[in-house]
Write a protein that binds this ligand. Structure first.
Ligand SMILES: [Zn+2]
Length: 183
């Protein structure tokens, strides 16, 4: 893992210098990553792209994973795992996480990036926890307008429309280095 690791939305180059290649998009100013992966700036073709990691692996009990919320229900969330202990994976393994005891309306929304701890494998399903301080949402957007949010104590507030919402935030929320922590 290095500083070339990207998350969706990360700025990877200026459009004046590079064209948007695979797994990227251009927002009119910057080329941004549309997926997790590894940044690849081709200096010859001037194309910026994201290499999707290829390792296939299943997390073990106690592993810390980072993933993208694929479904959010009132009692659980389903998360597609992108990183296991800080290492990228493309196996697209899903885990589920019970959120029944959290007493929050929006623990995490679809497409939020969350960090979870693997609890057990039960009947072919991987179960994970979100209730420790370092676990929870690492990246989210405003539910109303898709704007950038900042934390306000336990809540989040949209910098665009001022909508205040809640999530189960990780203590690493807003830190860009979070995926180095468990290496
Ligand atoms: Zn908003």
């Amino acid at each position: 893992m290095s500083e070339t690791a990207t998350f969706p939305g990360d700025k990877i180059a200026s459009i004046e210098e590079y064209e948007a290649g695979y797994n990227t998009f251009d927002d009119g100013d910057m080329v941004r990553a549309s997926t997790v992966g590894e940044k690849n700036l081709d200096k010859t073709t001037r194309v910026a792209s994201i290499k999707h990691p290829k390792m296939l692996s299943i997390p073990k009990v106690g592993d810390i994973v980072i993933g993208t919320v694929a479904a959010a229900m009132s009692s659980m969330i389903a998360v597609t795992i992108d990183y296991i202990n800080g290492k990228p994976t493309t196996s697209k393994v899903e885990c589920i996480c019970s959120i029944r005891n959290l007493r929050k309306k929006n623990v995490a929304l679809v497409n939020d990036i969350v960090t979870l701890k693997i609890l057990n494998h039960l009947n072919g399903t991987i179960h994970a926890a979100i209730d420790e301080p370092q676990l929870g949402v690492l990246f989210t957007k405003c539910r109303k307008c898709g704007g950038k949010v900042v934390t306000m104590r336990d809540a989040i507030k949209c910098t665009e429309c001022s909508w205040i919402d809640e999530r189960k935030l990780s203590s690493d929320f807003g830190k860009s280095e979070f995926f180095h922590l468990r290496e």
